[in-house]
Ligand binder design. Structure first.
Ligand code: COI
Length: 357
């Protein structure tokens, strides 16, 4: 059955929901997808035919440009089930739209108008509301992405694209201890590269070093700068922050570091809590010294998927440096609680970050 709604999104409902096959008490990150997807075409220099259709495979030519040259970007944000009303609460989707457009500009793609992004996201939140988990710490992860669809293997920007949003009910990205290895051989991105863009190639670059680190028991790589391996950049799937002498310290944004939405949210909340925040170059040496002289109170990854993930061990040049678990009333626990309370509608959102559906 095909119907049209007020936002001109064509809607084709899936009459065969797979929701009953999902064990919501055992949500691995990214294992399941919901019943629908939002898809918009680009061609002849315009976006057109916005539609929500049953989740399905896409048929593409083997010559499709994005397979070969990586002209693709993605985003990730979450929706939570309100603890105080019947609403679904989307966390900062507009900020993700803004970042997606910055990534798209860098990868030489046409940008996407805000209403096409937001109308589709809100329509998906309405249609998939039953999929938003009720379990603590779980949410519905939205994965918007854009990729080149020209079937043409000369290296050039594509003339045609798909924008797609699909959703996945998720639990925690990291479970158990988070041990990270400071990477001093491989490089994720260099200045002037595409590190700040959320593009597939950055993640492809991380797979081999991450696999090698995992063999030795480290769940993540902590990337350092490409020139000297002296400055900390981010981890494989998140930004990174340190609390040293009660000061929140995080690498400043650059062309090789992702402008994390959770990073930005934590900095905002920390400042409002009265913490001093330093966004600047952070050397590996100062972090290791702070662990040694016990001025480092906390180290943690921050991201939509990671949320706030405390780091228990940092490995540098084959030495493990242990970090105490965060204290019950410590910085990251307090910020996590505020962030979560906003996301779940437990406290008012003073920042206008959330959208309720
Ligand atoms: C996110 O935090 O949403 C990310 O995109 C990280 C991803 C690699 C799972």
């Amino acid at each position: 059955m095909i119907t049209a709604d007020l936002t001109n999104i064509r809607i084709e409902k899936n009459n065969f929901s797979s929701i009953k096959s999902v064990d919501f008490n055992q949500l691995d990150f990214g294992k399941y997808h919901t019943d629908h997807m939002y898809i918009v075409d680009y061609g002849d220099e315009k976006w057109f035919d916005a539609r929500v259709i049953p989740f399905q495979n896409i048929s593409l030519s083997p010559a499709t440009a994005s397979f070969h040259y990586g002209q693709t970007v993605f985003e990730g944000f979450k929706a939570h089930r309100s603890k105080t009303s019947n609403e679904i609460i989307l966390f900062r989707p507009e900020k993700h739209w803004e970042r997606m457009n910055k990534s798209m500009e860098r990868i030489c793609m046409p940008t996407l108008p805000k209403d096409i992004f937001m109308d589709g996201v809100i329509e998906m939140a309405k249609m998939e509301r039953d999929w938003v988990p009720t379990q603590d710490g779980c949410s519905l992860y939205f994965r918007p992405f854009v990729f080149a669809t020209d079937a043409f293997i000369r290296v050039k920007p594509s003339d045609n694209y798909y924008f797609i949003v699909f959703c996945s009910p998720v639990g925690a990205y990291f479970s158990g201890e988070l041990k990270v290895k400071i990477e001093t051989d491989y490089v994720r991105s260099s200045e002037g590269g595409i590190g700040f863009a959320k593009s597939g190639g950055n993640y492809a670059a991380s797979l081999l070093p991450a696999k090698k680190a995992a063999k030795n028991g480290y769940q993540q790589i902590m990337w350092t700068d490409a020139k000297e391996h002296k400055y900390i950049e981010e981890t494989g799937a998140s930004n990174v922050m340190f609390l040293i002498d009660n000061v929140l310290i995080t690498p400043s944004l650059s062309s090789s570091i992702l402008d994390g939405v959770t990073r930005d949210s934590i900095i905002t909340i920390a400042k409002d809590m009265g913490y001093k925040v330093e966004e600047r170059k952070v050397t590996v040496d100062e972090v290791i010294n702070a662990i040694k002289n016990k001025t480092l109170q906390e180290a943690f990854g921050t991201g939509t998927a990671a949320v706030i993930s405390p780091i228990s061990v940092i490995n540098y040049l084959n030495v493990d440096y242990k970090i105490d678990a965060p204290k019950e009333n410590g910085f990251s626990r307090k910020v996590y609680k505020t962030l979560n309370d906003i996301k779940y509608g437990i406290i008012p959102d003073p920042y206008n970050w959330t959208i309720r559906v």
